[in-house]
Ligand binder design. Structure first.
Ligand code: BV8
Ligand code: ZN
Length: 258
């Protein structure tokens, strides 16, 4: 590892070890090494499937079978994905008492699977469905109905009122879950360091999170394979794949803590 990178790792490890309230803000890039497709970039979902229009309430109103086939395809892909060293490193930093929360834009449930507990899902969870009319919701992993759901070809209906079920994710033009967003903003206001991992920083209001930390004098450390919308405000930019960088960073934090 070149000396400059080594120094940056040692610097970030020290910042983390001495932080009062460190948090992480993650996007699709943290799950790329788990085989979950990202949205933007060369073979991004929005490119290959023109899927950006599919992640909207209008698309669902116009053509629910098309939107459901897109989400069933993604659920099928994601259920086979496993957390990677980046997800596990964040869960370990939380167990060490260093990381106070993970705020994620991801809907893939991999942070929870890796053991993160202080987790805020800003854009919902692809394994949860909710009724388009009543308050019925179901976590398909917990209810054990995921396989049946994925094999089913008909449109999924609410067992309580018979209306259409939809994925419990936030589509473009839809408000984020109130409590999750308010909690994320108040945590960002307390943070003195935010690890920004694998996000293009283009989707709002989620992308405000690192700016809130920065405005209050907190440190912004970015982990990404390329520059993003957050890089201009990053104090330190660790260029690399999240799994590799976070694995190295965790060992450095443990070394500093010895
Ligand atoms: C809303 C969920 C209003 C479903 C998604 C200003 C303020 C408020 C809103 C707006 C605003 N400006 C524009 C808007 C509208 C819009 C928006 O932000 N549009 C953008 C595109 C300009 N925002 C909204 O519509 C939001 N709603 O504001 O409603 C409102 C308020 C009240 C009442 C009514 C309405 C809703 C936004 C949520 C949309 N839902 N998806 C699903 O998943 O199907 S968005 C989608 O983008 C995902 O959720 C994803 O999490 C999110 C962000 O993408 P990233 O995670 O960053 O992923 P991306 O592929 O872009 O980047 C990957 C990064 O990883 C890259 O940088 C890459 O270099 C890096 N990388 C790749 N591999 C690796 C890696 N890094 C490290 N290691 C690797 N191995
Ligand atoms: Zn219902």
């Amino acid at each position: 590892m070149p000396l400059s990178t080594f120094i940056m790792f040692a610097e970030v490890a020290k910042l983390l070890a001495c932080s009062r309230f460190a948090i992480a803000f993650t996007g699709a890039g943290i799950s790329a090494e788990s085989g979950v497709p990202t949205f933007r970039g060369k073979n991004g979902l929005w490119k290959t499937y023109r899927a950006e229009e599919l992640a909207t309430p209008e698309a669902f109103r116009k053509d629910p079978p098309l939107v459901w086939s897109f989400y069933r395809w993604r659920m099928g892909k994601i259920i086979r994905a496993k957390p990677n060293p980046a997800h596990y490193a964040l869960a370990e930093l939380e167990r060490m008492g260093i990381l106070k929360a993970v705020i994620t834009q991801n809907v893939d449930d991999l942070h929870r699977e890796a053991g993160s507990r202080g987790l805020i899902e800003l854009h919902g969870n692809i394994f949860r469905v909710r009724c388009t009319s009543c308050s019925y919701t179901e976590n398909l992993k917990e209810s054990g109905r995921l396989d049946e759901f994925l094999e089913e070809r008909d449109l999924p209906r609410c067992p309580k009122c018979g209306s259409l079920l939809r994925p419990d994710v936030v589509w473009f033009g839809e408000p984020l879950p109130q409590t999750a967003l308010a909690e994320a903003f108040s945590i960002a206001e307390k943070a003195d360091l935010v690890l920004v991992i694998g996000t293009s920083g283009l989707v709002y209001p989620a992308a405000y999170i690192p700016y809130i930390v920065k405005e209050r004098g907190g440190k912004v450390v970015e982990v990404n394979t390329e520059r993003s919308g957050i890089t201009p405000i990053a104090d330190i930019f660790l260029r690399g794949r999240a799994g590799e960088v976070m694995g190295k960073l965790l060992s450095e934090v443990k070394r500093v803590g010895e």
